[in-house]
Design a protein around this ligand. Structure first.
Ligand code: NAD
Length: 376
Protein backbone atom coordinates (compact mmCIF):
# COMPACT_ATOMS: atom_id res chain seq x y z
CA UNK A 1 0.00 0.00 0.00
CA UNK A 2 1.36 3.48 -0.78
CA UNK A 3 0.21 7.00 0.15
CA UNK A 4 -3.31 7.73 -1.10
CA UNK A 5 -4.22 11.34 -1.85
CA UNK A 6 -7.90 11.91 -1.18
CA UNK A 7 -10.15 14.35 -3.06
CA UNK A 8 -10.31 16.79 -0.10
CA UNK A 9 -6.48 17.04 0.04
CA UNK A 10 -6.13 14.72 3.03
CA UNK A 11 -3.94 11.62 2.69
CA UNK A 12 -3.99 8.05 3.90
CA UNK A 13 -0.52 6.79 4.80
CA UNK A 14 0.41 3.20 5.70
CA UNK A 15 1.83 2.94 9.22
CA UNK A 16 5.27 1.46 8.39
CA UNK A 17 6.63 4.11 5.99
CA UNK A 18 5.20 6.82 8.23
CA UNK A 19 7.14 5.36 11.18
CA UNK A 20 10.30 5.22 9.03
CA UNK A 21 10.04 8.91 8.10
CA UNK A 22 9.56 9.94 11.72
CA UNK A 23 12.28 7.66 13.00
CA UNK A 24 14.75 8.96 10.37
CA UNK A 25 13.81 12.54 11.31
CA UNK A 26 14.58 12.13 15.01
CA UNK A 27 17.71 10.17 14.26
CA UNK A 28 18.95 13.06 12.08
CA UNK A 29 18.00 15.53 14.81
CA UNK A 30 20.30 13.84 17.33
CA UNK A 31 18.31 11.07 19.02
CA UNK A 32 19.85 7.60 19.13
CA UNK A 33 18.41 5.11 16.66
CA UNK A 34 16.64 3.32 19.53
CA UNK A 35 15.00 6.50 20.81
CA UNK A 36 14.02 7.67 17.32
CA UNK A 37 12.35 4.30 16.69
CA UNK A 38 10.58 4.50 20.05
CA UNK A 39 9.19 7.97 19.27
CA UNK A 40 7.98 6.83 15.84
CA UNK A 41 6.37 3.64 17.21
CA UNK A 42 4.55 5.45 20.00
CA UNK A 43 3.30 8.36 17.88
CA UNK A 44 2.09 6.13 15.04
CA UNK A 45 0.64 3.78 17.69
CA UNK A 46 -1.60 6.63 18.92
CA UNK A 47 -2.87 7.21 15.37
CA UNK A 48 -3.45 3.50 14.87
CA UNK A 49 -5.71 3.57 17.94
CA UNK A 50 -7.60 6.64 16.69
CA UNK A 51 -5.95 9.23 18.98
CA UNK A 52 -4.71 11.44 16.16
CA UNK A 53 -4.32 14.39 18.54
CA UNK A 54 -1.50 12.48 20.30
CA UNK A 55 0.01 10.88 17.23
CA UNK A 56 2.33 11.82 14.38
CA UNK A 57 0.86 15.35 14.23
CA UNK A 58 3.12 15.96 17.26
CA UNK A 59 6.35 15.13 15.39
CA UNK A 60 6.98 18.73 14.18
CA UNK A 61 6.32 20.04 17.72
CA UNK A 62 8.68 17.43 19.24
CA UNK A 63 11.36 18.45 16.70
CA UNK A 64 10.98 22.07 17.86
CA UNK A 65 11.15 20.99 21.51
CA UNK A 66 14.40 19.15 20.80
CA UNK A 67 15.93 22.05 18.92
CA UNK A 68 14.89 24.59 21.60
CA UNK A 69 16.05 22.29 24.44
CA UNK A 70 12.51 21.93 25.87
CA UNK A 71 13.00 18.16 25.51
CA UNK A 72 16.35 16.40 25.63
CA UNK A 73 17.58 13.39 23.61
CA UNK A 74 18.48 10.01 25.15
CA UNK A 75 17.97 10.75 28.82
CA UNK A 76 18.55 8.12 31.49
CA UNK A 77 16.25 8.96 34.40
CA UNK A 78 17.60 9.69 37.91
CA UNK A 79 15.99 7.86 40.81
CA UNK A 80 15.86 10.50 43.56
CA UNK A 81 14.18 8.46 46.32
CA UNK A 82 13.77 4.70 46.35
CA UNK A 83 12.58 1.90 48.59
CA UNK A 84 11.02 -1.54 47.96
CA UNK A 85 7.71 -0.13 46.71
CA UNK A 86 8.34 3.50 45.77
CA UNK A 87 10.52 5.38 43.32
CA UNK A 88 10.55 9.15 42.86
CA UNK A 89 12.05 9.68 39.44
CA UNK A 90 13.43 12.75 37.65
CA UNK A 91 12.81 12.51 33.90
CA UNK A 92 15.20 15.44 33.31
CA UNK A 93 13.03 16.66 30.39
CA UNK A 94 13.85 13.57 28.33
CA UNK A 95 11.44 12.38 25.66
CA UNK A 96 8.36 10.91 27.36
CA UNK A 97 8.61 7.89 25.08
CA UNK A 98 11.97 7.10 26.72
CA UNK A 99 11.60 8.23 30.32
CA UNK A 100 8.00 6.94 30.48
CA UNK A 101 9.22 3.50 29.46
CA UNK A 102 12.08 3.56 32.00
CA UNK A 103 9.69 4.68 34.76
CA UNK A 104 7.12 1.97 34.08
CA UNK A 105 9.87 -0.64 33.98
CA UNK A 106 11.11 0.49 37.42
CA UNK A 107 7.56 0.37 38.83
CA UNK A 108 6.57 -2.97 37.32
CA UNK A 109 9.78 -4.63 38.49
CA UNK A 110 8.99 -3.56 42.07
CA UNK A 111 5.32 -4.59 41.82
CA UNK A 112 6.12 -8.02 40.40
CA UNK A 113 8.45 -8.58 43.35
CA UNK A 114 6.45 -6.89 46.14
CA UNK A 115 2.83 -7.02 44.95
CA UNK A 116 2.39 -3.23 44.84
CA UNK A 117 4.48 -0.27 43.77
CA UNK A 118 4.25 3.44 43.06
CA UNK A 119 6.33 5.60 40.75
CA UNK A 120 6.29 9.40 40.87
CA UNK A 121 7.76 10.80 37.65
CA UNK A 122 8.69 14.48 37.51
CA UNK A 123 9.99 16.62 34.64
CA UNK A 124 9.06 14.26 31.82
CA UNK A 125 8.89 15.32 28.19
CA UNK A 126 5.49 14.78 26.58
CA UNK A 127 4.32 11.28 27.52
CA UNK A 128 1.99 11.00 24.51
CA UNK A 129 -0.84 8.50 24.76
CA UNK A 130 -0.95 7.44 28.42
CA UNK A 131 -2.60 4.13 27.50
CA UNK A 132 0.88 3.03 26.32
CA UNK A 133 2.05 2.94 29.94
CA UNK A 134 -0.94 0.95 31.22
CA UNK A 135 -0.42 -1.52 28.36
CA UNK A 136 3.23 -1.91 29.30
CA UNK A 137 2.26 -2.67 32.92
CA UNK A 138 -0.44 -5.10 31.77
CA UNK A 139 2.21 -7.02 29.78
CA UNK A 140 3.66 -7.91 33.20
CA UNK A 141 0.24 -9.02 34.48
CA UNK A 142 -0.28 -5.85 36.54
CA UNK A 143 -3.28 -3.61 37.11
CA UNK A 144 -2.13 0.01 36.89
CA UNK A 145 -3.46 3.52 37.43
CA UNK A 146 -1.78 6.60 35.95
CA UNK A 147 -2.54 10.21 36.81
CA UNK A 148 -0.89 12.84 34.64
CA UNK A 149 -0.68 16.63 34.61
CA UNK A 150 0.92 19.06 32.20
CA UNK A 151 2.97 21.73 33.91
CA UNK A 152 3.15 24.91 31.83
CA UNK A 153 0.03 24.14 29.79
CA UNK A 154 -2.96 26.31 30.68
CA UNK A 155 -5.79 25.43 28.36
CA UNK A 156 -8.76 24.32 30.52
CA UNK A 157 -10.96 26.48 32.78
CA UNK A 158 -12.08 25.06 36.13
CA UNK A 159 -15.84 24.48 36.61
CA UNK A 160 -17.52 27.83 37.26
CA UNK A 161 -14.46 29.75 35.99
CA UNK A 162 -13.52 31.48 32.75
CA UNK A 163 -9.74 31.80 33.01
CA UNK A 164 -7.44 28.92 32.17
CA UNK A 165 -5.99 27.29 35.25
CA UNK A 166 -5.71 23.61 34.23
CA UNK A 167 -4.34 21.36 31.52
CA UNK A 168 -6.12 18.48 29.76
CA UNK A 169 -4.62 16.18 32.48
CA UNK A 170 -5.32 12.56 31.49
CA UNK A 171 -6.38 9.70 33.75
CA UNK A 172 -5.63 6.14 32.69
CA UNK A 173 -6.03 2.64 34.11
CA UNK A 174 -5.23 -0.81 32.74
CA UNK A 175 -6.59 -4.25 33.58
CA UNK A 176 -4.47 -7.20 32.43
CA UNK A 177 -6.12 -10.22 30.83
CA UNK A 178 -4.60 -13.59 29.99
CA UNK A 179 -4.54 -16.24 27.29
CA UNK A 180 -3.44 -13.67 24.71
CA UNK A 181 -6.47 -11.40 25.32
CA UNK A 182 -5.81 -7.65 25.06
CA UNK A 183 -5.83 -5.71 28.36
CA UNK A 184 -8.71 -3.36 29.13
CA UNK A 185 -7.49 0.25 28.97
CA UNK A 186 -9.38 3.33 30.12
CA UNK A 187 -7.47 6.36 28.85
CA UNK A 188 -9.05 9.81 28.86
CA UNK A 189 -8.28 13.49 29.02
CA UNK A 190 -10.21 15.24 31.80
CA UNK A 191 -11.30 18.00 29.39
CA UNK A 192 -14.49 17.57 27.29
CA UNK A 193 -12.21 16.93 24.31
CA UNK A 194 -8.46 16.86 23.73
CA UNK A 195 -7.15 20.08 22.14
CA UNK A 196 -6.42 18.27 18.86
CA UNK A 197 -10.13 17.63 18.45
CA UNK A 198 -10.84 21.37 18.79
CA UNK A 199 -8.29 21.98 16.03
CA UNK A 200 -10.07 19.46 13.79
CA UNK A 201 -13.37 21.29 14.40
CA UNK A 202 -11.71 24.67 13.71
CA UNK A 203 -10.57 23.30 10.34
CA UNK A 204 -14.14 22.36 9.44
CA UNK A 205 -13.99 18.73 10.62
CA UNK A 206 -16.15 16.97 13.20
CA UNK A 207 -17.93 19.64 15.32
CA UNK A 208 -17.28 19.88 19.05
CA UNK A 209 -19.88 18.98 21.70
CA UNK A 210 -21.96 22.03 22.66
CA UNK A 211 -20.35 22.19 26.13
CA UNK A 212 -16.68 21.98 25.07
CA UNK A 213 -15.63 25.66 25.31
CA UNK A 214 -16.17 28.60 27.63
CA UNK A 215 -15.91 32.06 26.04
CA UNK A 216 -14.29 35.11 27.61
CA UNK A 217 -17.78 36.26 28.73
CA UNK A 218 -18.52 32.95 30.41
CA UNK A 219 -20.81 31.55 27.70
CA UNK A 220 -20.68 27.83 26.99
CA UNK A 221 -20.38 26.88 23.33
CA UNK A 222 -19.28 24.25 20.83
CA UNK A 223 -17.54 26.92 18.72
CA UNK A 224 -13.75 26.25 18.80
CA UNK A 225 -12.78 29.83 17.76
CA UNK A 226 -12.61 31.28 21.31
CA UNK A 227 -9.91 28.72 22.17
CA UNK A 228 -7.60 30.04 19.44
CA UNK A 229 -8.58 33.68 18.92
CA UNK A 230 -7.56 35.23 15.62
CA UNK A 231 -4.96 33.31 13.64
CA UNK A 232 -2.69 35.55 11.57
CA UNK A 233 -2.32 34.71 7.87
CA UNK A 234 0.16 31.86 7.35
CA UNK A 235 0.33 31.05 11.06
CA UNK A 236 -0.79 27.83 12.74
CA UNK A 237 -3.76 28.23 15.13
CA UNK A 238 -2.35 28.51 18.66
CA UNK A 239 -4.52 27.18 21.51
CA UNK A 240 -2.49 29.25 23.98
CA UNK A 241 -3.56 32.51 22.37
CA UNK A 242 -7.37 32.52 22.53
CA UNK A 243 -9.53 34.45 25.00
CA UNK A 244 -11.67 31.37 25.82
CA UNK A 245 -10.80 27.95 27.22
CA UNK A 246 -11.64 24.27 26.99
CA UNK A 247 -13.95 22.98 29.73
CA UNK A 248 -13.40 20.01 32.01
CA UNK A 249 -15.70 17.06 31.19
CA UNK A 250 -18.70 16.32 33.43
CA UNK A 251 -19.00 19.80 34.96
CA UNK A 252 -17.91 19.92 38.63
CA UNK A 253 -17.05 16.19 38.72
CA UNK A 254 -14.59 16.23 35.82
CA UNK A 255 -13.17 19.52 37.09
CA UNK A 256 -12.62 17.81 40.46
CA UNK A 257 -10.89 14.86 38.82
CA UNK A 258 -8.67 17.25 36.86
CA UNK A 259 -7.79 18.96 40.18
CA UNK A 260 -6.82 15.54 41.59
CA UNK A 261 -4.42 15.02 38.63
CA UNK A 262 -2.72 18.29 39.62
CA UNK A 263 -2.48 17.15 43.24
CA UNK A 264 -1.03 13.72 42.48
CA UNK A 265 0.97 14.23 39.28
CA UNK A 266 1.93 17.86 39.90
CA UNK A 267 2.17 18.47 43.65
CA UNK A 268 2.88 15.01 45.13
CA UNK A 269 5.41 13.86 42.51
CA UNK A 270 7.27 17.16 42.93
CA UNK A 271 6.89 17.90 39.21
CA UNK A 272 4.82 21.02 39.84
CA UNK A 273 1.24 21.96 39.00
CA UNK A 274 0.07 23.60 35.75
CA UNK A 275 0.82 27.10 37.08
CA UNK A 276 0.75 29.35 40.16
CA UNK A 277 -0.22 32.99 40.72
CA UNK A 278 3.44 34.00 41.02
CA UNK A 279 4.54 31.74 38.15
CA UNK A 280 1.67 31.39 35.67
CA UNK A 281 4.01 30.36 32.81
CA UNK A 282 6.14 27.40 33.86
CA UNK A 283 8.48 25.21 31.83
CA UNK A 284 6.47 22.57 29.98
CA UNK A 285 6.58 18.98 31.23
CA UNK A 286 4.38 16.03 32.15
CA UNK A 287 4.23 14.67 35.70
CA UNK A 288 2.93 11.13 36.19
CA UNK A 289 1.86 9.39 39.38
CA UNK A 290 1.48 5.63 38.76
CA UNK A 291 0.26 2.75 40.93
CA UNK A 292 1.00 -0.88 39.96
CA UNK A 293 -0.87 -3.78 41.57
CA UNK A 294 -0.37 -7.51 41.19
CA UNK A 295 -3.71 -9.43 41.37
CA UNK A 296 -1.75 -12.24 43.09
CA UNK A 297 -1.01 -9.92 46.02
CA UNK A 298 -4.78 -9.66 46.51
CA UNK A 299 -5.10 -13.42 46.90
CA UNK A 300 -5.96 -14.26 43.31
CA UNK A 301 -4.51 -17.42 41.97
CA UNK A 302 -4.28 -18.40 38.32
CA UNK A 303 -7.13 -16.62 36.59
CA UNK A 304 -9.70 -15.92 39.33
CA UNK A 305 -9.30 -12.16 38.81
CA UNK A 306 -9.46 -12.32 35.04
CA UNK A 307 -12.47 -14.66 35.01
CA UNK A 308 -14.41 -12.23 37.25
CA UNK A 309 -13.43 -9.37 34.92
CA UNK A 310 -14.51 -11.39 31.90
CA UNK A 311 -17.89 -12.24 33.48
CA UNK A 312 -18.55 -8.63 34.33
CA UNK A 313 -17.63 -7.45 30.83
CA UNK A 314 -20.12 -9.96 29.40
CA UNK A 315 -22.82 -8.70 31.80
CA UNK A 316 -22.08 -5.03 30.99
CA UNK A 317 -22.17 -5.59 27.26
CA UNK A 318 -25.53 -7.38 27.53
CA UNK A 319 -27.19 -4.01 28.27
CA UNK A 320 -29.64 -3.16 25.47
CA UNK A 321 -28.21 -0.49 23.13
CA UNK A 322 -29.77 2.99 23.12
CA UNK A 323 -29.64 3.05 19.34
CA UNK A 324 -30.85 0.28 17.06
CA UNK A 325 -27.82 -1.75 15.91
CA UNK A 326 -25.62 -0.01 18.52
CA UNK A 327 -23.26 -1.76 20.92
CA UNK A 328 -22.13 -1.16 24.47
CA UNK A 329 -18.33 -0.89 24.40
CA UNK A 330 -15.86 -1.36 27.22
CA UNK A 331 -12.92 1.04 27.69
CA UNK A 332 -10.29 0.53 25.00
CA UNK A 333 -12.59 -1.39 22.67
CA UNK A 334 -13.05 1.50 20.26
CA UNK A 335 -9.26 1.89 20.01
CA UNK A 336 -8.88 -1.80 19.15
CA UNK A 337 -11.56 -1.57 16.44
CA UNK A 338 -9.85 1.50 14.96
CA UNK A 339 -6.48 -0.25 15.04
CA UNK A 340 -7.76 -3.26 13.10
CA UNK A 341 -9.20 -0.97 10.45
CA UNK A 342 -6.16 1.35 10.23
CA UNK A 343 -3.60 -1.46 10.08
CA UNK A 344 -5.41 -2.59 6.98
CA UNK A 345 -6.26 0.74 5.35
CA UNK A 346 -3.58 3.16 6.63
CA UNK A 347 -3.67 6.29 8.78
CA UNK A 348 -5.77 9.25 7.64
CA UNK A 349 -3.93 12.57 7.97
CA UNK A 350 -5.05 16.13 7.22
CA UNK A 351 -3.18 17.75 4.34
CA UNK A 352 -1.55 20.33 6.62
CA UNK A 353 -0.42 17.70 9.15
CA UNK A 354 1.20 15.60 6.39
CA UNK A 355 2.94 18.65 4.88
CA UNK A 356 4.30 19.59 8.32
CA UNK A 357 5.67 16.06 8.89
CA UNK A 358 7.42 16.05 5.49
CA UNK A 359 8.78 19.58 5.99
CA UNK A 360 10.14 18.60 9.39
CA UNK A 361 11.87 15.60 7.78
CA UNK A 362 13.36 17.79 5.03
CA UNK A 363 14.45 20.43 7.54
CA UNK A 364 16.17 17.71 9.55
CA UNK A 365 18.25 16.93 6.45
CA UNK A 366 16.44 13.99 4.86
CA UNK A 367 16.58 14.28 1.08
CA UNK A 368 13.49 14.16 -1.10
CA UNK A 369 14.87 11.04 -2.80
CA UNK A 370 15.11 9.28 0.58
CA UNK A 371 11.53 10.32 1.42
CA UNK A 372 10.35 9.06 -2.00
CA UNK A 373 12.25 5.82 -1.48
CA UNK A 374 10.61 5.28 1.95
CA UNK A 375 7.15 6.05 0.61
CA UNK A 376 7.31 3.94 -2.55
P1 NAD B 1 -11.52 9.52 24.12
O1 NAD B 1 -12.57 10.49 24.56
O2 NAD B 1 -11.48 9.19 22.67
O3 NAD B 1 -11.66 8.15 24.93
C1 NAD B 1 -11.70 8.14 26.34
C2 NAD B 1 -11.99 6.74 26.84
O4 NAD B 1 -13.34 6.40 26.53
C3 NAD B 1 -11.13 5.64 26.22
O5 NAD B 1 -10.75 4.72 27.21
C4 NAD B 1 -12.04 4.97 25.20
O6 NAD B 1 -11.74 3.59 25.03
C5 NAD B 1 -13.39 5.14 25.85
N1 NAD B 1 -14.47 5.20 24.87
C6 NAD B 1 -14.48 5.90 23.71
N2 NAD B 1 -15.66 5.72 23.07
C7 NAD B 1 -16.39 4.89 23.85
C8 NAD B 1 -17.70 4.32 23.73
N3 NAD B 1 -18.47 4.58 22.68
N4 NAD B 1 -18.13 3.52 24.72
C9 NAD B 1 -17.35 3.27 25.79
N5 NAD B 1 -16.12 3.75 25.97
C10 NAD B 1 -15.65 4.56 25.01
O7 NAD B 1 -10.06 10.02 24.58
P2 NAD B 1 -9.57 11.51 24.91
O8 NAD B 1 -10.12 11.95 26.20
O9 NAD B 1 -9.82 12.36 23.71
O10 NAD B 1 -7.99 11.29 25.10
C11 NAD B 1 -7.14 11.15 23.95
C12 NAD B 1 -5.73 10.78 24.29
O11 NAD B 1 -5.03 11.94 24.71
C13 NAD B 1 -5.49 9.75 25.40
O12 NAD B 1 -4.66 8.73 24.88
C14 NAD B 1 -4.74 10.51 26.50
O13 NAD B 1 -3.80 9.73 27.21
C15 NAD B 1 -4.05 11.56 25.68
N6 NAD B 1 -3.67 12.75 26.45
C16 NAD B 1 -2.35 12.92 26.77
C17 NAD B 1 -1.94 14.07 27.44
C18 NAD B 1 -0.49 14.29 27.79
O14 NAD B 1 -0.16 15.34 28.35
N7 NAD B 1 0.41 13.39 27.52
C19 NAD B 1 -2.88 15.06 27.80
C20 NAD B 1 -4.22 14.83 27.49
C21 NAD B 1 -4.62 13.68 26.80
Amino acid sequence: MSVIENADGSVTVPAEPLKSIISETFSKLGCSRAEATRIAERLAGANLRGHDSHGVIRAPRYANYLQEGTQVADVQVDIKIENETLAVIDGKFGFGQTVGEQTVDIGTKKAVKNGIAITALQNSGHLGRIGDWAERAAEKGLVSIHMVNVRGSLIVAPFGGIDRRMSTSPFCAGIPMNNGEEPIILDMATSVVAEGKALVALKGGKPLPEDAIVTEDGKITGDPNPLYGETKQGMFPNPNEGPGALRAFGNHKGSGLNFLMEMMAGALTGSGCAGTISEPKRRFCNGMFSIYLSPEAFGHSDDSFVSEVRSYVEFLKSSRPTEPGGKVLIPGEKERQTMTERLENGLPLAQEAWKDILNTARNAGISQSTIDHILN
